[in-house]
Every structure is written in structure tokens, then in C-alpha cells.
Design a protein around this ligand. Sequence first.
Ligand code: BTN
Length: 217
Amino acid sequence: MVIKRIIVYDSVESTMDIARELDRGDVVVALSQRRGRGRKGREWFSPRGGLYLTIVTERMSACRATIVSSVSIARALEKIGIKSSIKWPNDLYVENNKISGILSVTTEDKTLIGIGVNVRTEKFPPDLNATSIFLQGINIGIFRFLSMLIDTFLNVYYEDSRVIFEEWKRRLDLRNRKVFHENSIWDIVDVDENCQLIIYREGIEKRVSSTDDIKFL
Ligand code: BTN
């Protein structure tokens, strides 16, 4: 994959909508979104100060999109001194606060990887439990972080998929976690190579994906 164009908008409804019309290798960036979208129909808080982008790639599985993008963001954050962990499948947290989220969509011939990073955001609605690079004490410009992120993304994209899977697993925070699934509490055991969560309860082991009915406790 090569990056062909980086198209920057001041404000858009959602970079996901624009990306649908673009080609593989294009990246659409916005400085704010009027209708930023999160996973599971949620809204993504998108004021000026954050970085909102969608990368259009070759068609890939949801699992690969999850791994490539979350590992890229975690590495880019690490380069500027921020230690984050991945909350399965692909939310980036600094301690208990979310710093970045990913929404990937696959169409017939391409995958749209939407990434929101709280770069310079100074205030969040209290119910969001969010943080930003700025609030972590790092003063970096949006475009500087964008270029680091794209650079890291391209590196990760070409790395051996087994190696990045292991890195994703290492960065996942699954310790002492339990999930609520089908009216009961389950223990998290591990993740498998399809990015599914392996959960256990009363002698039963099950594999669930992020679109299943599952809630972290
Ligand atoms: C989530 O954590 O629920 C996913 C958030 C994804 C947000 C990004 S910002 C750029 C792109 N455009 C959107 O409307 N959403 C994604």
C-alpha cells in the first residue's frame, strides 16, 4: 500500500462518508466532525483539537484492520512518551481514560479505517472518561502526530501478521477482566487469531466477537 493523497478538511459530517467515495491509498483528515461516529451506533466526540481521519486500504478482514490500526496508534503514542493499552478489540486507553478509537468498515473492494485521536482536546463531557495527548502533558501539533501515525501505519501494514498479532496481544489489557454476556458474568481467558475473545464460565468456553452481546465489567 502506498499513500496517494491526504485530503484535509476543516469540518465534515464524518470522514467515513467522504472516504466511501475515495480510492485505496487515500486518506481523509478532518479537524472537526459534525457527526462523528463511533462503534455500535455511538457518537464520537469530535471538536477542534482532535485528529479525525479515515484511511482507505485494500480490502482486509475486520480482525486485520483492528490489529494493524490499534498497534499503529499504540506505537505512535509510545514514540511521544505515552504508554497506552488496548481495550479489546481496538480502543486505546491511558489508565482508565480513552485516548483513541477505531471504526473500520469493509465494502466490496476496500476497507475504510476510521481513527479518532484526542490530540489537543482540553475538555470532555464528564461521562466520556476520556483523555488527550495534551492532557497527558505532551504538546504536539495535529499534523505532526498525523505524520507519525501514517508512518507507523505503513510500517505495521507490511510487518509479518503473526508478529503484529503477538504485539496486539501483548498490548491488550485482559488482566482481571470479566464480561457480561447473555445475562451472566464470564471470565476472559484469551483472544484467538480471529480477534475473538475467549471467555469461560462454569465449565463452558465460548468465543465471542465485538459485535456480540458483550459488556466489560
Ligand atoms: C469508537 O471508539 O467507537 C470508534 C471511534 C471512531 C472515530 C473515528 S474519527 C474518524 C472517523 N470518522 C468517524 O465518524 N468516526 C471515525
